[in-house]
Design a protein around this ligand. Sequence first.
Ligand code: AMP
Length: 283
Amino acid sequence: MDVIRRRQDLRAVAERGRAEGLTVGFVPTMGFFHEGHLSLMRRARSECDLAVVSVFVNPLQFGPTEDLASYPRDLDRDVAMAEAEGIDLVFAPDAEEVYPRGRPEVTVDPGQLGERLEGASRPGHFHGVLTVVANLLNLVGPSMAYFGEKDFQQLVLVRRMALDLSFPVEVVECPTVREPDGLALSSRNVFLSSEERTAALCLSEGLRAAAKRVREGDSWPGPVAAEIADRVHAEPLAELDYVALVDEETFQEVERIERPARALVAARVGRPRLIDNIRLEPS
Ligand code: AMP
């Protein structure tokens, strides 16, 4: 497996692969791998000839008071894990390789969808996400790019960017990988103390209870959202940021749950801010 640090080297290898007729699959990440990342890699590995993973903690998507400096990093471990998954190439650039002229002047505007929920709590976040994803997609030139449902709003925005701006890539949605007790895997879980780790279950438990309620026939968003909010409020170590029930296509808040919708939740538990979501399927 190759570890590449320079943008021109990455471009050259990907171009060579495409010229040989290989399909290129791409998994963009911020590293500190867990089973969620590995599930994306396995999918890319099984569907593409040349499987490329990037490890880049993108400064552009962190706000001034956020955890850019303390975001967990361990490139040696990540490289070993990617290699064990049969990945062909890890791209691990410095910021200067991704943004050779410094902070980019021209960025991708995520539109109104990028202003809501995560975008409202983290102003500028999705500008940073879409700008780096566009940049990396242009460097790698994959035919398939793999994203986790765990970051549902990000997935919807990346898909929309690819459609609206005609990126020649298929955005592949991969299911959220969870711990056996339901906690969604996240690199930030490493910051949870054992008490906070238990407290953090209120997110997935609330979501599961909400999905059950909808399955059993409740189509009013108010009580379904309250199911989630109440669980989080009941947990002294958790501080709720938002709960939202949105249409999966339009991302608008739903008035009745009459077709599949998405419940999303964000809360701070101790130091880390955690997000999770679940599909709501009316019976
Ligand atoms: P990150 O390194 O957190 O930026 O995540 C890189 C990719 O892995 C994104 O597409 C995430 O949505 C995805 N991902 C993160 N956590 C999970 C998880 N628990 N299950 C599935 N995919 C995940």
